[in-house]
Design a protein around this ligand. Structure first.
Ligand SMILES: [Zn+2]
Length: 254
């Protein structure tokens, strides 16, 4: 049952017929793992906490640097040199103390991911490098876990959602490991307009809420590409690939 505080806090979204008190209770019983507490993970974490997701897992091995602050809005100037997990947990606690937080101050490899994924309903893949993106996608496909990917570079961002069903493509289906058809800079050289991950991380949180409440159409087999310079969004359709070694192993092409 929702408390009177919760009824007031979530009143505006509970008025949505697809949400209602039942949907709000469902969100309260849901859990989302956010991997990466930078430009994408910041807005995703804020909106998921604000929406009343019951439990959030926060993963990052980095410390806050001053050069993060143009886009990683979980972290404030006094947080420089603080662990990102600690900085993030402090902000989310202030925004919504009802949310239970689990912090993981580490870089998760595929085995660690496989161990932890069963504890969560949905994964936000908010990392900034290819090796993590492949590892998270592979672990989610192997575990049968839904996730939303996003990536950013310069003025452009992209996102899609994966759910564990036969007809849904994964990150490796879309971007076979080599050669990389898209450029994604590493964090040392990456350029980015700070608002671009703000948009893309917000889209990831939206996909998570829609998935948890079974609302509307997710970005399945659809790569959404946002260009801030032209202020355009377009969709590129893709399919699960029979050549994808991870999907093939799961007998998704029986
Ligand atoms: Zn695949």
């Amino acid at each position: 049952m929702l408390t009177s505080d919760s009824k007031a806090r979530y009143a505006r979204q509970m008025l949505l017929p697809e949400v209602g008190p039942g949907g709000q209770e469902k969100l309260g019983k849901s859990s989302v793992l956010i991997i990466g507490l930078g430009g994408l993970g910041s807005p995703a974490a804020y909106y998921l906490a604000a929406a009343g997701i019951g439990r959030l897992g926060l993963v990052d091995s980095d410390y806050v640097e001053v050069s993060n602050l143009n886009r990683q809005i979980l972290h404030f100037t006094p947080d420089v040199k603080k662990m990102k997990t600690k900085s993030a947990a402090e902000k989310i606690n202030q925004l919504n103390p009802e949310v239970t937080l689990e912090t993981y101050n580490c870089h998760m490899d595929k085995q660690q991911l496989l161990d932890i994924l069963p504890q969560y309903d949905f994964v936000i893949e908010a990392t900034d490098n290819f090796s993590s993106k492949y590892a998270i996608s592979d672990a989610c496909v192997t575990s049968g876990k839904a996730f939303c990917h996003a990536g950013i570079t310069g003025y452009e961002g992209q996102a899609f959602t994966y759910v564990p069903k036969q007809s849904c493509g994964c990150f490796r289906c879309l971007f076979p490991e080599s050669p990389h058809p898209v450029k994604m800079p590493d964090k040392a050289t990456g350029t980015v307009l700070g608002t671009v991950p703000g948009i893309m991380g917000t889209i990831q949180a939206t996909e998570a809420i829609k998935y948890l409440l079974a609302i509307g159409d997710l970005l399945l087999n659809r790569l959404l590409i946002y260009n801030a310079k032209q202020m355009k969004m377009r969709i590129v359709h893709f399919s699960p690939s029979a050549k994808c070694p991870v999907c093939r192993k799961q007998k998704r092409f029986a």
